[in-house]
Design a protein around this ligand. Structure first.
Ligand SMILES: [Zn+2]
Length: 129
């Protein structure tokens, strides 16, 4: 074990969350209740292990019922506000009618999009090793 590579912390949990998210996204049209269940499991797995979900992924999950918010299928999307400065994107869940608001500001970048946020890049290990 002298040649042991440093691995990604919580890698198995991230892959499970990824699987649950994809399962939820597939079930949105066929079985919305099952999609809610998978989405809630995805969120609770992350909470239990104190691992953060990617913000772009988190923004597509309903905060109340957990369904994947697909515009036109499980969510209604509208832009509110007349001035370009204070426009808001409102995403309303069609299952539970809860809403999420996002500020539309082209000057704002998320921290994870900034190259300075990357501390270290861990090469992916192959499954056979
Ligand atoms: Zn909802």
């Amino acid at each position: 074990m002298a040649n042991k590579q440093k691995g990604c912390h919580g890698r198995d949990v991230f892959s499970r969350m990824n699987f649950l998210y994809q399962a939820s996204a597939l079930m949105v049209e066929k079985n919305p209740v099952l999609a809610c269940h998978y989405g809630n499991m995805c969120k609770s797995v992350g909470k239990k292990t104190v691992l953060r979900m990617e913000p772009e992924m988190k923004r597509t999950l309903c905060k109340v019922c957990g369904i994947v918010l697909k515009p036109g299928v499980s969510a209604e999307v509208q832009i509110n506000g007349y001035n370009e400065k204070d426009q808001m994107l409102t995403v309303v869940c069609t299952m539970c009618s809860s809403s999420k608001n996002f500020v539309l500001n082209s000057k704002y970048d998320m921290w994870l999009d900034n190259p300075r946020s990357v501390v270290e890049t861990i090469p992916e290990k192959k499954a056979e090793e």
